[in-house]
Design a protein around this ligand. Sequence first.
Ligand SMILES: Nc1ncnc2c1ncn2[C@@H]1O[C@H](COP(=O)(O)OP(=O)(O)OP(=O)(O)O)[C@@H](O)[C@H]1O
Length: 318
Amino acid sequence: MIQAEGLTKFYGSVPAIQNVTFEVEKGEIVGFLGPNGAGKTTTIRILTCYMPPTVGTARVGGRDCFQDSLEVRRMIGYLPENVPLYGEMTVRGFLAFAARARGVEARQRSAEVKRVMGVCGLENVERRIIAHLSKGYRQRVGLAQALLNNPPVLILDEPTIGLDPAQIVDIRRLISDLRDDHTILLSSHILPEVAQICRRVMIINRGQIVATDTPANLTAQLQKSAQVFLRVARDGASMVEVLSRLPGVQQVTLQPGNDGALMIETDRTQDMRGVIARTVVEHGVDLLELRSVDLSLEDIFMQLVTEETAEAEQEAVS
Ligand SMILES: Nc1ncnc2c1ncn2[C@@H]1O[C@H](COP(=O)(O)OP(=O)(O)OP(=O)(O)O)[C@@H](O)[C@H]1O
């Protein structure tokens, strides 16, 4: 449904994105994740026909975003990072205006506005002036305007930015409810958000896609080592050397706090908890706690982003 092929965009001589290639299948909800400045908005602006790429092609529903931009715009509901709302208008007035701009036929306009207000829970505020609404409700209005004309594709750029925790839960729930009927690309720099809502995640860093997979597969594939947390009855320092000598152990670090806590990095292919437990006990030390530590998607993301940055810096030096 969405195809990006070799997208590159230069702002002057600076490449904002380079060779960005991905596909989003019909009915998929895909997270587009990356730190600030990674190139998410640039990619989205190309997909939403706001500007052409310097190189590459973008298609939505088989149509070229640059050459068939009118048709593409009709297929996309877009929630930009900063929703341009007319603050002095009422919710209903603004949505009626937006419906007209989106080409909803005059006789269907009222029903369509009612429909999107229903989906986004705006019926109680339909006569309120937009400027008087909370940020959460303004975001709902933004989402409602993206849903006008029931476009098959939704592109949502940082939909929860600037909202309070209750509003965030609200908007996430709304987006989750929409996924049955739409193909959704959700850009965010917040990992738990993407992991919660999306079945597939694309990670972009420094203008390039560095990984694409389900949150679970990304965690499994990219985890280079397994980690075991250990707490012993002594200060723990005595065990660092002993455990470091075990075959399969890559690194042992004493945790801050002087409470006998150690983190052990081991070969990913082996479960070393048994041998670690035996070793500790055989050395006459009481074992208080032992457990595997799963890397979160957040750790994976940090690992990817940091590795990429370090590699780029290395290249720049050599
Ligand atoms: N109009 C512009 N002119 C020059 N450089 C730009 C312009 N817009 C973006 N950039 C640069 O392009 C790179 C990618 O920016 P982009 O806004 O696409 O990232 P992003 O992932 O959306 O980040 P954020 O989450 O902060 O919005 C950044 O280095 C940014 O400074």
